[in-house]
Design a protein around this ligand. Structure first.
Ligand SMILES: NC(=O)c1ccc[n+]([C@@H]2O[C@H](COP(=O)([O-])OP(=O)(O)OC[C@H]3O[C@@H](n4cnc5c(N)ncnc54)[C@H](OP(=O)(O)O)[C@@H]3O)[C@@H](O)[C@H]2O)c1
Length: 236
């Protein structure tokens, strides 16, 4: 991984290793990959073929660094999101088991037999409303905030204050990412830009509608195997 910005001093770049490059975590980091023409899904409607091995390295690193991984129920319903695992080298650096996946859902219309819910080394948690919590099976830990709808700011606070998750990583999808940005909960966007134009009918945009323009402050840019890794701050 080559750092382009901030321009490295002459000699070895101390941030060439993603674990060091992304080590300064904010409270809530949004990490997603998209094609240059703005699609977050590949031709199969998933993300695996977008960023290749370079993006997987950063993806795995962001997971290894964080305290909890937030995902929207829509991404879980693709059936392709497995339980968080840690490779040996990352486990050694992290020094603790994988971060739990935290699924955000109003409906709790989820397949509870998925390995995400049955095989996770660190059990998967669900964030929903107080009225929704009765739809979760007894063995799943639930964070319930808000009456009939999920109160996202309260849920993020509860993850921090009650469960001790200081650093959160949201991996999308677009609907959850949009809701978090609209609620001003995202501190940093880590965007991997895959060197491809996908076009095609199955083009899923990075975000939905926002209430207002959100200015971004670029803080770093890296290049690895043609993939650009951009970091932006949302709140200062
Ligand atoms: N390129 C990438 O980095 C990336 C990352 C992740 C996913 N994806 C792709 O994105 C697609 C899925 O994205 P998506 O936008 O359809 O779904 P999503 O954001 O993963 O999940 C949407 C669901 O999350 C819950 N949700 C969202 N906002 C909420 C809020 N404010 N309060 C409570 N619950 C909320 C709702 O669940 P309920 O319906 O259960 O109430 C909603 O239907 C998939 O194709 C996946 O492959 C791409």
């Amino acid at each position: 991984m080559r750092r382009l910005l901030p321009e490295p001093a002459a000699g070895a770049d101390p941030f060439a290793d993603p674990y060091d490059a992304y080590g300064d975590q904010p409270g809530l980091r949004l990490g997603m990959v998209m094609s240059v023409d703005g699609s977050v899904t590949d031709a199969e409607g998933w993300t695996d073929r977008l960023g290749g091995e370079a993006d997987f390295r950063v993806f795995r690193t962001l997971r290894a660094l964080t305290d909890a991984i937030l995902v929207g129920a829509g991404t879980v319903r693709t059936g392709r999101l497995g339980p968080a695992r840690l490779r040996g080298d990352l486990r050694a650096r992290r020094g603790r088991p994988p971060a739990p996946t935290v699924v955000v859902s109003r409906s709790l219309d989820l397949d509870w037999t998925l390995p995400l819910f049955t095989e996770a080394e660190t059990p998967t948690i669900v964030v929903t409303s107080r009225s929704g919590r009765r739809r979760a099976p007894a063995h799943v830990q639930v964070v319930a905030e808000g009456g009939d709808d999920v109160d996202l700011p309260a849920a993020v606070r509860a993850l921090h204050d009650d469960l001790g998750y200081e650093h959160l990583l949201c991996e999308g999808g677009p609907a959850l990412a949009t809701a978090l940005i609209r609620a001003s909960l995202v501190d940093e966007l880590c965007l991997s830009i895959a060197p491809t134009l996908l076009g095609g009918p199955r083009h899923t945009r990075l975000l939905g509608a926002l209430d207002a323009e959100v200015p971004l402050r670029p803080t770093a840019l890296y290049l690895d195997e043609g993939v650009l890794f951009a970091r932006y701050r949302l709140r200062t």
